[in-house]
Ligand binder design. Structure first.
Ligand code: NFS
Ligand code: SF4
Length: 630
């Protein structure tokens, strides 16, 4: 990759140039120093699970070590490593979900955390067979919270929310014995089974990976999304802007980065506090400009329209503008490099979670019991730092784009029924969407999700793929850093319908939506699962038979591996744009890209060229349509 083309995004290019000029190190420089990735690691054939090793298997068949010291084959080692990635990802998402439920448990009508969407809470309570009539909503909240906390470690049964899946799906999971039991249990089972001297069979390990991944998608993540909606409101469409151009020269710029809305919601409130706004003015700023980064950005833009500063590969660049008073983080996807980078500027890098302390950062622990006060203290730190901004170092690129965001399943259904009310039978809000697909006005739907990765030109994978799909009448739903790429590129603006094929354009005009829908953060991929399940149930066709595809064109995290695995296990073919570390095992590659189809009706495709991948996706969509006779 030439230095000139690290990104599709002009702001990234400009700030990368600034970094070079000022000799400030970024992720792309460290990648260069790293040279080619370790060949063993890249193929997944190194094992350090016990101290007889570490062992590494020769990538050449018949030459050199073909087994680990214990006798583990490349197949076993690769599958164990893959399973552990899934476990890591599921743990991160699900622990986030657990924290949200703890917050629901302590919610109180006089406290900082309240129940904002009572209707959704009641709906969940009914689903869990919890009495709601004539009860205080906070009593219901506590009982729901207790029951959901139990989902993490209950000794018997399977997860409650898998009941939301269509019957045909549940049957497949049951037959394969991959119905997730308790969330922590699935993660622990992988850690146990991948311990030295346990499972020595690749297929069993992938099987376990599917069960654990399902406990993330249909468990921890789904719980995280639903309870975040209960506490902070179910998103509705709203307007926002995206890219580093949202930073303001004359305001206290605060970048909120990380994942859990428990922190960010309070920071949003704190930043609106009149006393703090006054304080900002007293230090010479015009006010407080709160912007988001990574999934935290998605959470607060979906619910408040807070502007999106950027996605994963722009976290360092935000600091490089020299205009950021504080980067406030909680957990996940936070580069430790922000410590040294912040030292080059006046920026305060503030960690808030005991789960993600970073040496050299300012640690101001966020106390949920005293949430708003705690958030105000953190914001105050940022305001007081405004006077230290070194004007001569400031460079804010002006690029930004308009985006309409906030497409929860509820708001999609509302929008459909509201707009189509007059000309269709609206007894089922899914009907208009299903009709568009069966009639062929929309050829299908694609979920494009996941990260940035410096192995890929930033956003190129997302944008090229999305453009190709919408031009061919495939509606795109997105989350995570992919959603932010789309927002920055203007694809979430209603104007972007001009890039869509004729059918999709008509739908966008009629329903008044952009061709690419922002469905939230990565845990909100659970929204996509719910939406696809609704369509499957309505059409009485299993998910695997629907013209629906998924992709993570620039994935990098373990969370993405878990997501990919649960999406495939849910019956949706998934394209990966970055090769996962499994190529050292023919068997594991065969399971993931071939045999999984016989098991769960879908499989992984690995294709680094996003346009080729999109072509394959379109082809697959047409094949499915043909089989369905639509
Ligand atoms: Ni998802 Fe969120 Fe982005 Fe990737 Fe990281 S922010 S949870 S993991 S990098 S999409
Ligand atoms: Fe080597 Fe086996 Fe130990 Fe892994 S578990 S380090 S392959 S001896």
């Amino acid at each position: 990759m030439s230095e000139k083309t690290i990104s599709l995004d002009l702001t990234t290019e400009k700030l990368y140039k600034k970094a070079k000029e000022e000799k400030i190190e970024t992720v792309w420089d460290r990648k260069k120093i790293m040279k080619a990735p370790c060949g063993f690691g890249e193929k997944g054939i190194c094992c350090r699970l016990c101290s007889m090793g570490p062992c590494r298997i020769s990538p050449v068949k018949g030459k050199g070590a073909q087994k680990g010291i214990c006798g583990a084959t490349a197949d076993v080692i690769v599958a164990r490593n893959f399973a552990r990635m899934v476990a890591g990802g599921a743990a991160a998402h699900s622990d986030h979900g657990r924290d949200i439920v703890h917050t629901l448990y302590m919610a109180d009508k006089d406290g900082n955390y309240k129940v904002k969407d009572e209707e959704k809470l009641r709906k969940i309570a009914n689903e869990l067979e919890i009495q709601t009539e004539n009860r205080d909503i906070y009593d219901v909240a506590r009982e729901v919270a207790e029951m959901l906390l139990n989902e993490f470690g209950k000794p018997f049964g399977t997860l409650e929310f898998i009941e939301r899946a269509p019957e045909s799906r549940k049957k497949i999971w049951k037959e394969l014995n991959i119905e997730p039991r308790a969330i922590d249990r699935e993660i622990a089972t992988i850690m146990h089974s991948t311990h030295m001297g346990c499972t020595g069979d690749a297929e069993s390990l992938i099987n376990m990976s599917m069960r654990t991944a399902l406990s993330d998608g249909w468990g921890g993540s789904m719980i995280g999304t639903d309870i975040s909606d209960v506490l902070f409101g179910t998103p509705v469409p709203r307007e926002t802007e995206a890219n580093l151009g949202v930073l303001k020269d004359n305001m206290v710029n605060i970048v909120l980065h990380g994942h859990e809305p428990t922190l960010s919601e309070m920071i949003v409130l704190a930043a609106e506090d009149p006393e703090l706004v006054e304080l900002a003015k007293s230090v010479g700023a015009e006010g407080i400009n709160l912007v988001g980064m990574c999934c935290t950005a998605n959470e607060v833009t979906m619910r408040h329209g807070v502007k999106i500063a950027g996605n994963f590969l722009q976290q360092e660049l935000a600091v490089l503008t020299g205009a950021v008073e504080a980067v406030i983080v909680d957990v996940q996807c936070i580069m430790p490099s922000l410590v040294t980078l912040s030292e080059c500027f006046h920026t305060k890098f503030i960690t808030t979670s005991p789960k993600a302390r970073i040496k050299g950062a300012t640690h101001l622990e966020f106390e949920e019991e005293n949430a708003l006060e705690s958030a105000k203290n953190i914001v105050r730190e940022a305001i007081e730092n405004y006077k230290n901004r070194q004007r001569e170092k400031v460079f804010i690129p002006q690029e930004k784009n308009h985006a309409t965001v906030g497409y929860s399943v509820e708001s999609i259904k509302n929008q459909l029924t509201r707009v189509m009310n007059s000309n269709v039978d609206n007894s089922n809000p899914i009907k208009p969407l299903a009709d568009c697909i069966t009639s062929g006005v929309l050829r299908g739907a694609a979920g494009i999700v996941g990260c940035n990765n410096p192995k890929v030109k930033q956003d190129y994978g997302h944008i090229e793929m999305i453009k190709k799909l919408i031009a061919n009448d495939v509606i795109v739903v997105t989350t995570g850093c992919s959603a932010q790429a789309a927002a920055k590129a203007g694809l979430m603006s209603k104007d972007a319908r001009k890039l869509a094929g004729e059918g999709l354009r008509r739908v966008c005009e009629l329903v008044d939506i952009p061709p690419v829908l922002h469905m939230g953060s990565c845990v909100d991929i659970s929204r996509i699962l719910n939406l696809v399940s609704d369509v499957s149930k309505y059409l009485n066709v299993d998910i695997s038979k629907l013209p629906v595809v998924g992709a993570a064109p620039e994935w990098m995290s373990e969370k993405a591996v878990s997501i990919g695995t649960y999406v495939v296990s849910t019956g949706i073919d998934t394209w990966l744009g970055v090769v996962p570390p499994v190529t050292g095992s023919e068997e594991v590659v065969d399971i993931l890209t071939n045999r999984m189809e016989d098991m769960v009706g879908a499989k992984f495709y690995i294709e680094q060229d996003p346009i080729k991948a999109a072509e394959q996706m379109l082809q697959r969509i047409e094949e499915k349509r043909e089989k369905l006779g639509i």
